[in-house]
Write a protein that binds this ligand. Structure first.
Ligand code: 13P
Length: 253
């Protein structure tokens, strides 16, 4: 596999700036002992971004936000723009995480607007898609993933394809301890790459990283990342501890 793996941690609503700084200090020491070609990314809550960027300076650890907005400034209470994130030294952002979709009403159209704005900035987007348990059991996985990916990429210029990262996170596997089997996950990754081929052409689609997320732990990370179309992982719970996150980094091919 020539695509460079990404090991990303999504901290969700966890860690104060002080706790986040401590985490980075600990992770930095562990990562120094790991010979890996993987890109390492942590996505803290917005209030901890500044502290994490500062603590991660001159390390291999990149910093992403968990969310952003499609306008740059104005009357949008509670939002954070791509320019603001960039001004802090943030380099990546998650878009359309299933918790944003389910709990905060993010629609496919909002995800697409956010993605278009991020691609106008210098941030690297990680666009999250995934089906619910009900959808999987109703054999709607292919339909749902196709809709989410196609809608998110609506209006994305082909020249930006190289900057895209996608993350497949089956909702039923998030925080449940129930991981998709590597084969099951890879089937969806292969579907996503097929959709990307249709939109951007074969060679651009070959270069786009597709991460898996949902109960990724040190003991299942390497078999997941060994699959042909799984180019890294997006880790929730197991990314909160520097020891287990470092083990997952070590598991990257
Ligand atoms: P868990 O690893 O806790 O299942 O969370 C996955 C996730 O939602 C990462 O974005």
């Amino acid at each position: 596999m020539t695509r460079k793996p990404i090991v990303a941690g999504n901290w969700k609503l966890n860690k104060t700036p002080a706790e986040a700084r401590q985490f980075i200090i600990a992770l930095k020491n562990k990562v120094a002992g790991i010979d890996t070609r993987a890109e390492i990314l942590v996505c803290p809550p917005h209030v901890a971004l500044d502290a994490v960027v500062d603590a991660a300076r001159d390390t291999k650890i990149a910093v992403g936000s968990q969310n952003t907005f499609w306008e740059e400034s104005g009357a949008f209470t509670g939002e954070t723009s791509t320019g603001m994130l960039e001004s802090l030294g943030v380099t990546h952002t998650l878009i359309g995480h299933s918790e944003r979709r389910a709990l905060f009403g993010e629609t496919d159209d909002m995800v697409a607007r956010k993605l278009r704005k991020v691609l106008e900035s210098n941030l690297t987007p990680l666009v999250c898609v995934g089906e619910t348990l009900e959808e999987r059991e109703g054999e709607l996985t292919e339909q749902v993933i196709t809709r989410q990916v196609t809608a998110a990429l609506e209006g994305t210029a082909h020249e930006h394809a190289g900057r895209l990262v996608l993350a497949y996170e089956p909702v039923w596997a998030i925080g449940t301890g129930r991981t998709a089997s590597p084969e099951m996950a890879n089937d969806v990754h292969t579907l996503i790459r097929r959709i990307l081929r249709g939109i951007f052409g074969d060679s651009a689609a070959e270069g786009i990283r597709i991460l898996y997320g949902g109960s990724v732990k040190p003991d299942n990370a390497s078999t997941l990342m060994a699959e042909s179309d799984i180019d890294g992982v997006l880790v929730g719970g197991a990314s909160l501890d520097p020891g287990s996150f470092a083990e997952i980094i070590r598991a990257a091919p």
